[in-house]
Write a protein that binds this ligand. Sequence first.
Ligand code: RIB
Ligand code: CA
Length: 310
Amino acid sequence: MPRSIIIDTDPGIDDAVAILLALASPQLEVLGLTVVAGNLALAPLVGNALAVAELAGRADLPVYAGCPRPMGEVQQNAAAAHGEGGLGDLIPPPASRAPHAAHAVTYLIETLRGAAPGGITLCALGPLTNIAVALIMAPEVAPAIAELVIMGGGSRGNVTPAAEFNLHADPVAASLVFAAGVPITLVPLDVTETVKSTPERVAAIRRVGTRCALAVADLLSPGPPGDKGAPVRPAMAMHDPCVIAYVLAPELFAGAAANVTIEIAGDFTRGMSVIDWRGRTARPANARVLQTVDAAGIYQLLAERVANLP
Ligand code: RIB
Ligand code: CA
């Protein structure tokens, strides 16, 4: 019986690889893509989600536009890391369809409301705005969430010294989500940054030769050399694909339960994931935080599965 998932995403180079990995895996039934502003503004990200689904031959997969801004003040986007179009140098054919008319939050609430307890796994690949708003509007749907797997946080920030992009973009939403009592698995930078797209790993995917394999290889490759010779954009670490890989093959990861609290404001710590590894506070564990990953196993899984796509 395939596991039902909804992917909440701001596609994004690594989001696109994660979406393709999910669509390539028969163990998963991707019910829909809900898009949230993050890497770029909402509109181009919705177009990217539609285009990636069609690249995978899934013009049937519903895509929903979600929240166009965070709950707190708007922060900088990640165009420097993902390119002005959001997918690096990949320019997929434009989508032939529009997103679904329903708002992503409405879709999340209604789908969870109609699901059995523990019936749906949510994979959060961007800022947590959509998921937080859904849980505020309809807290009674929380029992339908089997697991909320979140890419975010970590001990070393990538936007500030303290904060990772997804949590920094909307710390108010993240704080609400981690306090909602939902079963959370956190996939932090400490894990995802060890999963590096080396030329050998990317070449193995490119050898598969299909349009989706070539697209994944292009997405995971560094940008073209800049005027100083270094690539304009380094190869992307496999942040978001680790979320899908965890759902597919949790044995590739190890982690532990801990309390995770999100710093909402701070001159130096806005968006920081404060992980109480040593139990120094009375705050109960509210997440399983992943600590290690078999990086080679991730790429083997990706190369195997992407061959299932056109
Ligand atoms: O910090 C990495 C995260 O921020 C990833 O989800 C990437 O897509 C960006 O959104
Ligand atoms: Ca993302």
